[in-house]
Design a binder for this molecule. Structure first.
Ligand code: AMP
Length: 213
């Protein structure tokens, strides 16, 4: 099953995507996680992406398409994948559809997380993230330890969770990612809308019932 998670930053795509991937026993492909690991490791990909990420801008479509193709063609994605944070522009939506066609796969659903912008700003400005396993935490401080991923990590405030970058990411979402909703509607995708306000369990239950799981 191939499912695209769409929605503004902070809507819970990463957390819910992880749960959905576990439930369907498929990998979650999160371009943001791949890019942050590349920045941390200082690879050419990381060096290319870092400045745009820190500002809250998007990295170029061509970079994202490369990551997406490799991940979808990998044997671990044979049964499907949950795409978190990709696609974010209409050229990426087009590119994904061509990549899937070339791999003989189809897009089963686009899961759209809907949430009020004030709630997002509140969530993101209180978020810390483990520098190793990438899990987000709310109400925990930078510098605290994270033991969740099997390896000890440290909680950090993502540069793009600073107020100015948050505002920038919201604007980028409105300008460049929101049009993807219309693109999918126009191309007849199975668009499933989920109210993303509520506890993890509430949103997870809504998501599963919306997908008929
Ligand atoms: P995320 O973890 O999904 O919030 O992504 C963090 C940052 O990585 C974004 O603000 C972008 O700079 C970059 N990024 C991740 N996915 C994409 C994408 N599909 N297209 C362009 N930039 C991306």
């Amino acid at each position: 099953m191939i499912i695209v998670l769409l929605g503004p930053p902070g809507a819970g795509k990463g957390t819910q995507g992880e749960r959905l991937a576990a439930r369907l026993d498929v990998p979650k492909i999160a371009t943001g996680d791949v890019l942050r690991a590349a920045v941390r490791d200082g690879t050419p990909l990381g060096l290319e992406a870092k400045a745009a990420m820190d500002r809250g801008d998007l990295v170029p479509d061509a970079v994202i398409m490369g990551i997406m193709k490799d991940a979808l063609a990998s044997p671990s994605a044979a049964k499907g994948a949950i795409l978190d944070g990709v696609v974010r522009t209409t050229p990426q939506a087009d590119g994904l559809s061509q990549t899937l066609a070339s791999l003989g796969k189809t897009l089963d659903a686009v899961l759209l997380f809907e949430i009020d912008e004030d709630e997002l700003v509140r969530r993101l400005s209180g978020r810390t993230t483990c520098d190793v396993c990438q899990r987000p935490f709310f109400g925990r401080q930078p510098g605290e330890a994270c033991e969740e991923g099997g390896q000890t990590g440290t909680l950090v405030r993502r540069k793009d969770d600073e107020p100015e970058a948050i505002r920038k990411r919201m604007q980028v979402y409105r300008d460049q990612t929101a049009p993807v909703i219309d693109w999918y509607a126009h191309h007849g995708a199975n668009m499933v809308r989920v109210d993303a306000l509520g506890s993890l369990e509430e949103v997870e239950a809504r998501m599963q019932s919306a997908l008929g799981l």
